[in-house]
Design a protein around this ligand. Structure first.
Ligand code: SF4
Length: 97
């Protein structure tokens, strides 16, 4: 038996998201993010949802969130002012395998 190696983007494309457009389940206070030098969220999010824009401002979109909670744990300055699981029927639907 052999195991096929796949890229992260390919694996993530197998997942299905029902995005709650009316209520974000993760909210940042970008004024706090601005003061954070380490910005661990840029490195720990497995879905790579945290990015810096051209002005070095934090850019984040909760639409592809895997609901792992890593960013919540790693955020040192409490720039994530809201983190909760999406409302019922919303969020990720894993279709792995
Ligand atoms: Fe990324 Fe996980 Fe945070 Fe979602 S919960 S934004 S996947 S680190």
């Amino acid at each position: 038996m052999s195991i096929e190696k796949k890229e992260a983007a390919e694996l993530l494309s197998l997942d299905k998201f029902n995005v709650d457009e009316d209520e974000a389940h993760i909210v940042l206070d970008k004024s706090i993010c601005r003061q954070c030098a380490a910005k661990p969220c840029l490195y720990v999010c497995p879905a790579v949802l945290y990015k810096l824009d051209a002005n070095k401002e934090m850019s984040f979109d909760y639409a592809g969130c895997l609901e792992c909670g890593t960013c919540r744990i790693m955020c040192q300055k409490k720039g994530i002012v809201k983190w909760q699981y999406p409302r019922g029927t919303f969020g990720i639907n894993y279709r792995f395998g």
